[in-house]
Design a protein around this ligand. Structure first.
Ligand SMILES: O=C(O)[C@H](O)[C@@H](O)[C@H](O)[C@H](O)COP(=O)(O)O
Length: 247
């Protein structure tokens, strides 16, 4: 489903409202929820909007498992880490269960990016059903790069071809910093719902490709959930959507 809002600010507010409502519904049905966060301007703005929402604490934050779709492989606390930005925007303001917050590895902690990716895969497997590699994520948020990247899956990079491992290290990222950790398509596509969030004219072509191309040409074309896929856009990012297409 494609939803278009007037501008980035309203989009962030609408994503926040939708996220709160969906988490409340999932927790009512299953008692807990798994949410995968993204970095990027909109991804963080949506978290800040959740933090400011009067309905925020309708979510049972103690019964929420938080994961990341990707991470910049930087030292703990580095302001450019998606984890740091998520903590500042929301996580430090709500009563999460610390053991249910699952940040990806940090540089300078004695692990290579590869070792950190393997450690994350083990953490995912531990939280998953015995036959699965990752938990059944209820909502997996993704931002969208102008080059159609999602998480840290960049066009032309080997991570696009990973069909087994749920998490990989990424080097030479065209978007700084160069070293990252990312979920792969198998992990992303294991999610019940994938919500792709994008705003700005510079994303319009990427949105078009995300709806019309293959995932090896445009990684965002692989951003699909098992049960539902939402493209949550502002008008400027939605100008090149071919009539009648949906994710
Ligand atoms: O670590 C990251 O950089 C993000 O996870 C990345 O995938 C981001 O979501 C997109 O690049 C969109 O970012 P903007 O919304 O800032 O354009």
């Amino acid at each position: 489903m494609i939803l278009v809002h007037d501008n980035a600010e309203i989009l962030a507010q609408a994503v926040a409202a939708r996220l709160i409502t969906r988490l409340v519904d999932v927790q009512a049905a299953r008692g807990s929820a798994h949410l995968v966060l993204t970095g990027g301007t909109l991804g963080i703005a949506a978290l800040a909007a959740v933090a400011a929402s009067p309905a925020r604490d309708a979510v049972d934050w103690r019964a929420l498992d938080l994961w990341w779709g990707d991470e910049r492989f930087l030292p703990a606390g580095d302001p450019d880490r998606n984890e740091t930005q998520a903590r500042e925007a929301l996580l430090d303001q709500v009563g999460l269960t610390p053991s249910r917050v699952h940040p990806m590895g940090r540089a300078g902690a004695g692990q290579t990016a590869e070792e950190a990716a393997d450690a994350y895969a083990a953490e995912l497997a531990k939280a998953a059903s015995p036959e699965d590699l990752v938990p059944s994520f209820d909502i997996l948020l993704l931002g969208l790069g102008p080059d159609t990247h999602v998480a840290s899956l960049f066009p032309g990079h080997p991570a696009l071809h990973e069909e087994e491992r749920p998490v990989v290290a990424v080097h030479d990222s065209p978007k700084p910093p160069p070293t990252r950790i990312s979920l792969t398509f198998p992990a992303i596509q294991a999610a019940r719902e994938v919500w792709l969030v994008a705003a700005g004219a510079e994303k319009a072509d990427a949105v078009h490709l995300a709806l019309t191309a293959g995932h090896l040409q445009a990684p965002a074309a692989g951003a699909r959930g098992r049960e539902r896929t939402l493209f949550l856009l502002d008008r400027a990012a939605a100008t090149r959507i071919p009539p009648g297409t949906s994710p």
